[in-house]
Design a protein around this ligand. Structure first.
Ligand code: NAP
Length: 244
């Protein structure tokens, strides 16, 4: 039997890597996208060897349509199919609106939101041909409830939710299911920059009294993006320890 294939943007670290491992454990071949020159490519290949699946590492900036196009072409050349797309790549450039620079607004929108558009548009024709596909995009609770100092990030993550609800309606007739997960505060590089004092005040607002782990996000992403999900589409699942 042919193995199923998942493409994960920003799949070489943090939440993306935890998602990649979950799919690998379940026998999926992987296309792991990264953008940073510092990415330890040999280390990642070695880490995934134990799962016995094939891993294609693809450098591409998701905000650049042409680079996304080349990545999807390379993935199809190698595996001939993409069953699941995970739009995980994301950045923050936080500041209060009064101090936010135009380029910081544009950058966050173009990576988080336009990157999700680029990849979804490029991958869905292959899913449409197979009349099957799953897309899971990583939003954020900040996109659901807003957050002072993150208007650019919140706009990008709320945009992903509206985009997903729309494509879920467009693609349902082809059996392509599109959903979001909205993590709360998760312990990764993105949150490691916060001071201990800020982390303490965050934990105090979370009913479960701690940040989540990347694996806790990966479990839910696999639930929505794996083959057992056959009837959930257009949804956003908050994974936030009860915060919102
Ligand atoms: P992270 O450790 O900072 O990882 C971000 C990932 O995005 C990295 O793999 C990075 O690739 C990739 N990336 C950044 N810019 C890119 C670009 N232009 N093209 C392709 N890839 C790019 O953050 P994380 O916490 O794992 O976040 C993963 C996702 O979860 C993001 O969408 C984030 O907004 C969302 N999220 C995180 C939290 C949290 O508390 N951590 C909460 C809610 C939502 P490189 O490694 O190559 O740089």
């Amino acid at each position: 039997m042919e193995r199923r294939v998942a493409l994960i943007t920003g799949g070489a670290k943090g939440i993306g890597k935890a998602i990649a491992k979950k799919f690998a454990k379940n026998g999926y071949d992987l296309i792991l996208n990264y953008v940073s020159d510092k990415t330890d490519l040999d280390g990642i290949q070695n880490e995934f060897k134990e799962y016995g699946v094939e891993v294609l590492l693809e450098k591409a900036d998701v905000s650049n349509y042409e680079q996304c196009e080349n990545m999807v072409k390379a993935a199809i050349e190698k595996f001939g199919r993409i069953d699941t797309l995970i739009n995980n790549a994301g950045v923050t450039k936080d500041n209060l609106l009064m101090r936010m620079k135009e380029e910081d607004f544009d950058k966050v929108i173009s990576i988080n939101l336009k990157g999700t558009f680029n990849m979804t548009k490029l991958v869905t024709p292959y899913m449409m041909k197979k009349r099957e596909g799953r897309i899971v995009s990583i939003s954020s609770v900040v996109g659901v409830v807003g957050n002072a100092g993150q208007s650019n990030y919140a706009a990008s993550k709320a945009g992903i939710i509206g985009f997903t609800k729309s494509v879920a309606k467009e693609l349902a007739s082809r059996n392509i299911l599109a959903n979001c997960v909205a993590p709360g505060f998760i312990a990764t590089d993105m949150t490691s920059v916060l001071s201990d004092k800020v982390k303490e005040s965050i934990n105090a607002q979370i009913p479960l009294k701690r940040m989540g782990t990347a694996d806790e996000i990966a479990n839910a992403v696999y639930f929505l993006g794996g083959e057992e999900n056959t009837y959930i589409t257009g949804q956003t699942l908050n994974i936030d320890g009860g915060m919102i």
